[in-house]
Design a protein around this ligand. Structure first.
Ligand code: ADP
Length: 511
């Protein structure tokens, strides 16, 4: 039992049914429900429905007679209703006298009642809150109402016997007698008695049953055909997508997914086309990165080994200048390795921030002063503009690193005037005074960034100038590190840039 259950679960999980079979099962289920409803309503409950409808009809006849009982043409009205609805009607006075009568049925029960039976019926009606309903079998001589059965027994009509022969199971024709007390001109009131025949509907039920057999057969056939057609139409584009996806998995990023016919499938193929495009971009970036990093690693390594060998072999070359070149190139290597390490740590989520309260303004000022000292000899000038000192809770080392990356970029890309302006402002939220932001921006006067490149510069390894200039050292990781750090602090960041006018890089932190 256990293994059986296990294999069922495995089948459910591991080998899902094909679209064709699922569709077929769904359609079959739908047809079954439909057929059950048809059977219930058209075969099982048909008799009850028919009876209920007849009773309602008779009751509404009684009501219209009651409404018109004071009318002068009441006898014409009764006759017309009787003809229209095929019922026999009698209006009896309180003591059983016939006031109005209309006779349309061949074997009417009311018209064959004795005065005694009519009086009995009136007293029963009055005793039963003014309404009384009885059923009588017409083909059998049996009468359901025990109190008056002897008096109104009926003979089976000749033609009924003849007709009965070929249909042995024919059920007896039923007759309904409905009586209702109404108010008329007399003080004692009157009683409307209506007799209607309920025709046997067995023959109809038999016909419907045979029809339902055919309908059931047709529905099953139709379900199979429909399932096959729909499954073919739906699964064809999915199979094509699956084929293309396998090619994509093998590294063919130029593959295009064609989705046809259905909204969901064409959305799926659009998504997969987008995925393939993005994957091809990542692949391109990866190849560029490997080329760049190997270039970046090889150049300082060549320089370091070249100068070290020269200093070892040539006594004249063993000077502090050459030693400085070795130190610079080692630092370049360290920066590159650190950047790669940082970004992989930050983006893998293993790195957490360590927030502490510190003076942001003082920290930025310190970095700007240090940079100014370092770059002053090269003609660079960095201004720091602020109107008040701000303290906040953040990871000082990380925020300092983010700011440093923006500053280094500004130094690398600023224009010939070599000026950079750093500013700190406060952004107050009027609607919610509890959220105040500090806005740090770094402005340069360089070439700027084109509108096409702007959305991508925050991505890993993205470098606008793909030709690797040694003058501007870059790994394409700096802004991506800024983005990760600011995101981790729940801050905002951005850039605005104009070609030939320079760029403004900024970030906001909550105070
Ligand atoms: P990199 O180490 O190459 O500078 P970044 O991630 O810091 O990498 O920057 C990505 C790209 O954005 C750079 O290659 C550069 O083209 C562009 N960029 C960044 N800062 C500036 C700036 N201040 N002015 C112009 N371009 C910039």
């Amino acid at each position: 039992m256990k293994t059986k259950r296990k294999s069922f679960l495995q089948w459910k999980k591991g080998n899902p049914l094909s679209i064709k079979w699922k569709l077929f099962l769904f359609l079959l289920g739908f047809c079954t429900v439909l057929l059950i409803l048809l059977w219930l309503f058209q075969v099982v409950f048909l008799n009850n429905f028919y009876k209920a409808i007849k009773i309602n009809e008779i009751k509404s006849v009684a009501s219209s007679i009651e409404k018109n009982i004071e009318s002068d043409d009441i006898s014409t009205i009764i006759e017309n209703i009787s003809l229209d609805t095929d019922v026999c009607i009698e209006v009896l006075s309180a003591n059983g006298d016939v006031l109005y009568s209309s006779h349309v049925l061949k074997n009417c029960i009311i018209h064959s009642m004795s005065t005694f039976e009519k009086n009995e019926l009136i007293s029963r009606t009055n005793a039963n809150k003014g309404e009384f309903l009885e059923y009588f079998d017409r083909t059998s001589v049996y009468h359901q109402n025990e109190s008056i059965n002897d008096q109104i027994r009926e003979e089976i009509p000749e033609d009924d016997i003849d007709f009965k022969a070929p249909i042995p199971e024919r059920s007896p024709q039923q007759s309904i007698v409905y009586s209702k007390s109404i108010d008329d001109k007399s003080e004692d009131g009157a009683v409307v008695v209506i007799n209607s025949v309920i025709s046997p509907i067995d023959a109809t039920v038999n016909t419907l049953r045979v029809q339902l057999y055919y309908i059931t057969g047709f529905m099953i056939l139709f379900s199979v055909l429909l399932a096959l057609i729909i499954a073919k139409r739906v699964s064809k584009p999915i199979e094509a997508i699956n084929k293309s996806a396998k090619m994509l998995a093998k590294g063919n990023y130029d593959i295009r997914f064609a989705g046809g016919g259905y909204k969901e499938i064409s959305e799926l193929s659009d998504t997969l086309n987008y995925t393939a495009k993005e994957l091809s971009k990542v692949e391109l970036l990866r190849q560029e990165l490997i080329a760049n990093i190997s270039h970046d690693l090889r150049t300082p390594l060549t320089l370091i080994s070249g100068y070290a060998e020269a200093m070892r072999d040539l006594p004249n070359e063993n000077n502090s200048e050459n030693a400085q070149i070795i130190v610079d190139e080692t630092q370049r290597l360290t920066t590159l390795v650190n950047d790669v390490m940082d970004i992989s740590k930050l983006q893998s989520g293993t790195h957490t921030i360590d927030p502490l309260s510190y003076n942001l303004t003082a920290n930025i000022d310190e970095t700007v002063t240090r940079m100014n000292k370092l770059m002053h000899s090269d003609g660079y000038h960095i201004d720091f503009v602020y109107d008040q000192e701000i303290s906040l809770t953040a990871d000082e080392t990380r925020i300092s690193q983010a700011f440093y990356n923006l500053l280094i970029n500004a130094i690398n890309y600023t224009g010939s005037d070599k000026r950079i302006t750093v500013s700190q402002t406060i952004i107050k939220n009027c609607e919610n005074p509890s959220t105040t932001w500090v806005h740090i921006q770094v402005k340069d006067t360089g070439e700027g960034i084109t509108a096409e490149d702007l959305p991508y510069i925050w991505e890993r390894y993205y470098m606008v100038d793909k030709t690797h200039k040694r003058a501007v050292t870059g790994t394409g990781l700096g802004l991506s590190i800024v983005k990760s750090i600011i995101d981790m602090h729940g801050g905002r960041y951005g850039v605005s840039s104009k070609i030939s006018e320079g760029s403004i890089f900024w970030f906001d932190l909550k105070i």
